[in-house]
Design a protein around this ligand. Structure first.
Ligand code: ATP
Ligand code: MG
Length: 484
């Protein structure tokens, strides 16, 4: 299947495993129900760092794989580093700079179709991390407040076992509001009847990662794109995918019916300037001195735009670079939360993230991740992450299984910390650490709606881990002692 996410040029070679996110995503996604109106409270305390990995997140609190944050004022708590990491999240942001034009097109399309009670379809294409899901989520959230008389169904097709499974998934969503779920052959008939019933709201059906509906003969896609054209249809279909040519593949048949062709909108990869603007805009949300210097932002924007224009990657790289500096500073001083600081001199950033830190992260992801444990690079692999990896290693050894649940891992990790008299982080931070380790390609996560059932497994050889984690004093001790 041609997917743009697997195309890359040289410069930054993010590990292959990560580039082909298709598999990971498929594994990670279990929930088909993605409710755009449910908004979770922003984790304010530094302990509750944003959920999961710096990559896409799938979970109960997400909207089509991109978690939602409510409108929020900038974070006030935590060190300057924690605050900066918080604003560089990859959830749906309040503002989406550099996408004004695309958002206008989508907003106008939806207003026109919802207010005019006009069925129709729109197809959004673009490479990973170009803001497709985020823009649409943001707009739907705003329109919910502005317009009445429409119902939204959002499905992430990644979570479907087969292309055909999209129909029962839609039926499930529709039937939640009264009525029993139609089964078998009746289902399609009932779905069509529902979409064309005289009374009822306009139905905005969003199918994210729609290229997953690629099926033999393209029957599934044909059916979906034809629905808006059934007489009296109330369906407004929005498809999102990476491939530009998805609709081309079904065009031959749709061509015969000119009006069935969806309106198309492509999201081009972000340019260097756009990425820099997005990063800057986020960092402006933190008051006081800027944690990343301008050269660092520019360098990150240049490197990422040269490879993919995926802003998710730029955000990940920056957060990781901050983490490096943070642990460096932590090893020298004890950081005080900003709120506890009195004098203005203390509001200064102890050490800024510079170009070299960004460059260090990029070469880490470049495949040198296992040099992390070597002399001189110790600080870039924070202790808590090391302990977590050790605990996972010991647990998989002890249980003789490859995957363990996050709940079990947390238990083992807490025991190890207690035994070693190291303060353990809480469960939500443990989840965030797992995400960081996943981003480094050291472990894999198979997400589950219930966090503690998320499966964790090592992605690299045991020997390599032991070598990488070599930390004569503590880690050696943990490994030889085994699980308490
Ligand atoms: P994929 O094809 O992999 O699903 P996508 O195009 O749907 O990618 P999004 O999920 O929309 O990508 O974007 C990822 C994250 O990047 C967003 O949740 C958001 O945090 C950030 N982001 C994307 N575009 C912008 C923007 N213009 N301004 C600020 N943040 C952005
Ligand atoms: Mg998306």
């Amino acid at each position: 299947m041609p997917r743009t996410r697997s195309q890359s040029q040289a410069t930054i070679n993010f590990p292959k495993k990560k580039l082909s996110r298709t598999l990971d995503k498929a594994k990670n996604c279990h929930n088909t129900k993605l409710e755009p109106t449910h908004v979770q409270a922003i984790p304010r305390s530094p302990k509750k760092i944003l959920p999961l990995s710096p990559r896409k997140r799938l979970g109960a609190d997400n909207l089509c794989n991109t978690p939602h944050l409510p409108s929020c004022s900038p974070p006030k708590q935590g060190t300057c580093y924690q605050q900066a990491k918080l604003v560089l999240h990859t959830a749906v942001p309040d503002l989406l700079p550099a996408r004004e034009k695309e958002m206008d097109v989508i907003r106008n399309f939806l207003r026109e179709h919802i207010c005019g009670k006009k069925a129709g379809s729109l197809y959004l294409s673009g490479a990973p991390g170009t803001g497709k899901t985020a823009c649409l989520s943001r707009i739907l959230r705003d329109l919910k407040k502005e317009l009445k008389g429409f119902k939204t169904i959002m499905l992430n097709c990644m979570s479907l076992k087969t292309a055909q499974a999209v129909f029962p998934a839609i039926a499930q969503e529709i039937c939640q509001e009264g009525g029993s779920k139609p089964a078998g052959k009746d289902m399609m008939r009932k779905l069509e009847k529902h979409m064309t019933a005289e009374k009822g709201p306009m139905v905005v059906l969003v199918l994210d990662e729609m290229d997953q509906l690629d099926s033999k003969g393209q029957d599934v896609l044909y059916t979906l794109f034809e629905w808006p054209w059934l007489s009296n249809s109330r369906l407004v279909l929005i498809g999102i995918a990476n491939t530009l040519d998805l609709t081309d593949r079904i065009l031959p048949r749709l061509q015969a019916r000119e009006k069935c062709k969806p309106q198309l909108l492509n999201f081009p990869p972000y340019t260097r300037n756009q990425i820099a603007t997005i990063l800057q805009d986020r960092l402006n949300q933190v008051s006081g001195d800027q944690v990343l210097d301008n050269a660092a932002i520019q360098f990150c924007a240049r490197k990422v735009s040269a490879v993919s224009g995926d802003v998710r990657k730029a955000l990940d790289v920056c957060r990781r670079a901050i983490e490096i500096v943070e642990s460096d500073v932590k090893s020298q001083t004890i950081l005080k939360p900003l709120s506890e600081r009195k004098s203005s001199s203390e509001a200064l950033v102890p050490k800024r993230v510079g170009l070299t830190h960004i460059s260090q992260v990029i070469s880490e992801v470049d495949g040198n991740r296992m040099t992390l444990g070597q002399e001189g690079a110790q600080d870039s692999f924070p202790l808590q992450q090391k302990i977590l990896v050790c605990s996972l290693l010991l647990l998989t050894r002890q249980l003789k299984i490859k995957e363990v649940t996050l709940g079990k891992l947390y238990e083992a990790y807490s025991n190890v910390c207690r035994k070693q008299q190291v303060a353990a982080v809480d469960q939500s931070e443990c989840l965030s650490l797992s995400g960081l380790l996943e981003a480094r390609g050291i472990l894999g996560l198979k997400k589950n709606k219930e966090t503690r059932f998320t499966k964790v497994f090592l992605k690299i050889e045991e020997k390599e881990i032991e070598h990488a984690l070599k930390d004569r004093a503590l880690i050696g001790n943990i490994l030889t002692t085994g699980l308490p």
